[in-house]
Ligand binder design. Sequence first.
Ligand code: TLP
Length: 350
Amino acid sequence: MSTAAIDLRSDTVTRPDDEMRRAMAEAEVGDDVYGEDPTVRRLEEEAAAAAGMEAALFVPSGTMGNQIALHLHGRPGGEVICEALCHVVKHEIGAMAALSGLLPLPLSSPWGLLDPAAVEAAIAPDVSYHSRTVLIEVENSHNMAGGTVYDRPRLEAILAVGRRHGLPVHLDGARIFNAALALGTTVPALTAGFDSVMYCLSKGLGAPVGSLLCGRRDFVTEARRVRKMLGGGMRQAGVLAAAGLVALRKGPARLPADHENAGRLARALAEIPGIELDLATVRTNIVIFRLGPELCAGSSATFLARLEEAGVLGGPVSHDQVRLVTHRDVERAQIDQAIEKIQGLVRVAA
Ligand code: TLP
């Protein structure tokens, strides 16, 4: 990979900026397993408030945050109703089964958005020969559906299903700040009513490491124990939390540029023959498109290899789908360069 490559593989690739590095160098720290790291405590308080939740736990990754939540809400043999392409099913290496004995019940849904009626219909009957439904899981924005977003009425309807059936509802809000921006609303307006919420500082907000698992205070107390059980108890983690605080305070204001860049990129790509892209799905910082057979024989691996040679990095979603993600380390001028390079590549590869 050349150092000058335009890296659109993910918004996780951002590097900490000068302000974050200074904050890390100056961070006041203590042993967080003893609850003595003042910077981690400050981050957890601010992060809970930003999400409109009672309490928050700093965790090393979004995956760990989700898995702690699933572990606490579920019980072995239980079913988790979720969308078919969601992160906990597709990208957490079977952790819900391996670590907590849970079974996903994945529902394929247009634009990756669960239909409340389909969720209700998927709840297991209360009979002795059927596994129990233990949890409903929602991902907002939905990464592998192209960064699509659930608006409040749809969330409200899913939360109502949970309440009617006495089921907890977990939100994978890795990119909840992007979702709030796309919907012109606030993060607390999207998290209200969820039993637990995970969100990441290490994606669009730009921190090098870290996510938060939020919920009621007693839930977070239990989550602290499970985090330790999974090996996620960190000691002088204030150096990471300090960067996280900068990301939380300053990151959201930077996101509109990422969304504009994604829209710009998507509109240009949608014009290219051989690229199938539904512009209606592009609401946030993620652009996913399908390759027609006329372009690189419809192979995402071939397309991405050629793209890399041209100096642009992207990622595969499936054998014929590609994902490009905008973020704070890619400016508009580089998006325009990426568009030109893709147009050039298509001329050669078509
Ligand atoms: N997503 C990563 C990859 O794992 C796919 C990415 O590049 O987008 N929930 C959602 C919705 C996510 O997109 C991710 C990461 C996670 C959870 C997990 O976060 P980390 O990577 O911190 O474990």
